[in-house]
Design a protein around this ligand. Structure first.
Ligand code: PEP
Ligand code: MG
Length: 889
């Protein structure tokens, strides 16, 4: 196996092996762009190292061979005393993990070669600045020295000199700093900073491998659901210098605005600096457009390269570049992260430019992004004091209590508080605080600072570089212009779309995308919102592509009408127990407690017209579309008085020696029917089988409502669904009774109703015997909430609060199985039942109505196993439509 690839040997499709950075460096090299020569050590080498604790035996010789080739190409040797070749060692996993992995620049410098570099560059200051950076980065990332110690020494050197920025330090100061840094290394790491350049390089390579498994990296991977066993590649690249004076510099650029999607010149540039200065947001950058007046030749070349890259990748690219004494070098490119709104805009823009087709456009957006666009926004009209404005780094409207460190962010959010993490700038150690916070606010750094990049990746609201705010993390406060002090715990609001920062809580208004789905805003109108236009077009692409139909879980006409506006093609689950709450609860209580046949019939008779009216309304709201009505499935005690309250009443009456026979009877019934979670007792079909007349009353109400709609020239399409079936016998009994009632109603109303009867598949036994159950069912609807509960043995109402956090932290699952279908377990039962059901009855209709029906990843799974439809809550319908379209293209 080959473990090392020269940049000329790879290409962009080798991300698994070369990581994203390595694959794209190779691609740019092969496009003829100015990339400094170098080579990539594969992820396979990293995997061997992580598995065995040592690098593969062949690696050393391969690295040597590539290094020799590199030295020949560059005409100098690594660390050569009179003219050293210097290299950077950078990590690069398959998926970009901003700030997670380590980079060491300037490898090859030593006490000797620093002199050679100074002579070659004709610049002492530059050489000593490069050397101190090497010791600092190497000390921190390779030898594990606390980075603050170097920072403090640097601050002290600046203070001694009475200067503010590090460029004001001169060669002699930096030389002293190098001595200080070497001392820090010796004391903290217990060894000297290595003078042998090859040793530096090898140790740095191992450090990159090791950094795959830092806590930060693991946490990030869990968050982003990146598998833990991919490993990282390592890029060894000849150094070019942005810190060689004012004709040098470094920057980042986007081929389009990652926030709006508009084409233009977007990015930041920092004169006389090395790469990490920009990303860390340490010094303030200038907008990329200013490069034109600083260095027109490099600027023009960069514009040309950006066009080449965008046409080649057919997507927004982000770029890191360096200018060394007027010569432009490309250090990195990748398909850039973007906001949700920009993703939709860019996808349609690229279709219009003829770069991609509709199917590809669907791959450029996600349901999660669409969901993000449906969040409410701040009300522009609200009279709340704006106290600052930073860079709109990641959109959204976040309100919360200001906290100034990650620890507090995590602690407060665990106790249910909403917090905004306020920092001068963030670094990878802030990751868990960023996850816990509603939003992130920084006073330094640009659109490409750590805070901005990570927040965008997480879909979290972020305002960065709000310079007027004076953040004092030590005293846990910030001072806003005018002198007002925001203390820890004060409410603030930040708008990641405009960059505005407010004191107090700003009210929110609905998103234009929701207004559009609701029909209150129209695409195609002259002043139509650009975003709405893009969403409208992408939804049309998805609807044309998708095979899965999308229905709604809705129990009343209002929800049904909204679902229709959002594009629902029917109701997949009407939970009738929701129709029995409120005033009607008492009628149900009487039914449950009835001692005699007559009492029971009375309460059923009272319920029938109410139920019928519910269905008339629902069927007319969904006229022409299927409506699946599920017969009653609650734990019975939900309809009875609260057990504690009733016990108190009985005890009081007893002590006062008042009559309390009725209460006592009620209390006994409540005790008898009370169930603890997981509520798998007298529920669903079991209830229908033990309370005579209950299901037939509901069936009659459905049939009469359908007949009434039919006679009024409507087009009702009711389907009757039996819950919690475990065996075909249960279904057969209910079915027989239902058929009788339907025939009676048809005869009495002179209609032919064509009501279909089907079942939910919610129990493992139902899934395992689906072939038999299909004999008595015209359709299956997978109740994946209960199926997940029963397959895992998790009580669905308890476990998320008790131990799921621990399970997620330990990586037992990356996401709750109640949220995303567990394909291997629950999913394989769904697949098995779908196949067995269709084997018995080829035209069996298959759907899903558990919460998973609106979850992006699960929708793809249901598409793959051949279901006919998914059903989800009305607000998730657009997401399900989009994901169904993506799954099919
Ligand atoms: C289910 O179990 O997936 C389902 C839809 O039913 P409910 O959530 O009402 O139990
Ligand atoms: Mg259920």
């Amino acid at each position: 196996m080959k473990f090392v690839y020269d940049f000329t040997e790879g290409n962009k499709d080798l991300k698994d092996l070369l990581g994203g950075k390595g694959a794209n460096l190779a691609e740019m090299t092969n496009l003829g762009l100015p990339v400094p020569p170098g080579f990539t050590i594969t992820t396979e080498a990293c995997k061997v190292y992580l598995d065995s604790g040592d690098e593969p035996a062949a690696l050393r010789d391969e690295v040597t061979a590539h290094l020799v080739a590199l030295e020949e190409k560059m005409g100098k040797k690594l660390g050569q005393a009179d003219d050293p070749l210097l290299v950077s060692v950078r990590s690069g996993a398959k998926f970009s993990m901003p700030g997670m992995m380590d980079t060491v620049l300037n490898i090859g410098l030593s006490d000797k070669s620093v002199q050679g570099l100074a002579k070659q560059a004709g610049d002492d200051r530059f050489a000593w600045d490069s050397y101190r950076r090497l010791i600092q980065m190497f000390g921190k990332t390779v030898l594990g020295v606390d980075g603050d110690l170097f920072e403090e020494a640097l601050e002290a050197a600046k203070a001694a000199k009475k200067v503010v920025v590090d460029t004001e330090l001169e060669a002699a100061d930096l030389k002293k700093l190098v001595t200080k840094f070497k001392k820090i290394v010796k004391t903290e790491a217990g060894r000297d900073f290595p003078q042998d350049p090859r040793e530096q390089m090898d140790l740095a390579i191992h450090a990159v491998f090791d950094s795959w498994n830092t806590d930060r990296a693991k946490l990030y991977r869990r968050q982003e659901r990146i598998p833990g066993d991919l490993g990282t590649a390592v890029n060894v690249c000849s150094m070019v210098f942005g810190n060689l004076g004012p004709d040098s510099g470094t920057g980042v650029a986007f081929t389009r605005d990652p926030a709006s999607g508009h084409q233009g010149v977007y990015g930041d540039y920092l004169q006389n600096a090395q790469g990490e200065d920009v990303v860390a947001g340490i010094r303030n950058t200038v907008p990329l457009a200013e490069l034109e007046s600083i260095d027109k030749k490099s600027y023009d070349q960069l514009m040309q390269i950006m066009e080449t890259l965008e046409n080649h990748y057919k997507d927004l690219c982000d770029i890191e570049f360096t200018i060394e004494r007027g010569q432009l070098w490309m250090l990195q490119t990748r398909v850039g992260k973007r906001t949700a709104g920009a993703a939709f805009r860019i996808a349609t823009q690229l279709v219009d430019q003829g770069l991609i087709d509709e199917a590809e456009a669907l791959q450029r957006v996600t349901g999660a992004q669409l969901a993000q666009l449906m969040f409410p926004r701040f009300d522009d009209e609200a009279k709340v004091a704006q106290v600052g404005r930073g860079i709109a780094a990641s959109p959204g409207a976040a309100v919360g209590k200001a906290v100034f460190d990650s620890y507090t962010a995590v602690k407060w959010s665990r106790s249910g508080e909403k917090v905004i993490l306020v920092r001068r700038e963030t670094n990878p150690d802030d990751l868990d605080g960023m996850i816990a916070a509603e939003g992130i606010l920084t006073s330094r750094g640009g659109k490409t600072s750590h805070a901005a990049v990570v927040a965008r990746g997480m879909g979290k609201t972020c305002v960065c570089g709000a310079e007027e705010l004076e953040v004092d993390t030590k005293r846990r406060r910030m001072t806003v212009p005018g002198g007002h002090v925001v203390e820890e715990g004060d409410l603030i609001s930040i708008d990641g779309s405009s960059g505005k920062v407010y004191l107090g809580e700003v009210p929110v208004v609905p998103s234009p995308v929701v207004e559009y789905f609701e029909g209150r805003m129209h695409a195609g109108a002259q002043d139509a919102d650009e975003l709405v236009e893009a969403v409208h077009r992408i939804m049309a692409f998805a609807d044309r592509k998708r095979r899965l139909r999308v229905r709604a879980n809705a129990d009343n006409a209002e929800d049904a009408l909204r679902a229709r506006r959002f594009g629902a093609q029917g109701i997949g689950l009407c939970r009738t127990e929701h129709m029995f709450l409120g005033d009607r609860r008492e009628l149900v209580e009487r039914l449950i407690l009835a001692d005699t046949e007559a009492e029971r019939e009375d309460s059923l008779k009272a319920l029938l017209p109410l139920q019928k009216q519910d269905f008339v309304e629902l069927f007319s709201a969904m006229d022409g579309l299927p409506v699946t009505v599920r017969l009653l499935d609650p734990p019975l005690h939900e309809f009875l008085p609260d057990i504690t309250e009733l016990s108190v009443r009985v005890a009081l009456a007893e002590s006062r020696q008042e009559p309390h026979e009725n209460e006592l009877r009620l209390l006994q019934a409540v005790h008898r029917l009370h169930e603890q979670n997981p509520m798998l007792g007298l529920r669903g079909v079991r209830l229908g089988l033990v309370i005579p007349g209950l299901f037939t009353m509901q069936v009659r109400a459905i049939a009469e409502a359908a007949a009434e709609r039919k006679n009024a020239k409507g087009d009702p399409r009711a389907e009757i669904m039996i819950p919690l079936v475990g065996t075909v016998q249960e279904l057969e009994i209910v079915r027989e009774e239902a058929d009788e009632v339907i025939a009676e109603v048809e005869a009495a109303t002179g209609t032919s109703l064509k009501l279909s009867i089907g079942t939910m598949i919610e129990l493992p036994r139902a899934a395992l015997t689906a072939g038999q159950i299909a004999e008595a069912a015209e359709f299956f609807s997978f109740g994946t909430n209960d199926l997940t509960q029963t397959v895992w043995g998790f009580s669905r109402d308890d476990v998320e609060a008790s131990f799921f956090t621990a399970y997620l932290e330990k990586g037992i699952f990356g996401v709750s199985p109640f949220e995303t279908i567990d394909k291997d377990g629950v999913g394989s039962l769904v697949k098995l039942a779908a196949e067995a059901g269709r084997a018995t009855r080829p035209d069996l209709k298959l759907g899903v109505c558990g919460e998973h029906g609106g979850d992006p990843e699960s929708v793809h799974f249901f598409h793959e196993v051949g279901l006919d439809y998914v059903s989800c809550s009305p607000f998730r319908i657009p997401v399900a439509r989009l994901e169904a379209g993506r799954a099919a293209s």
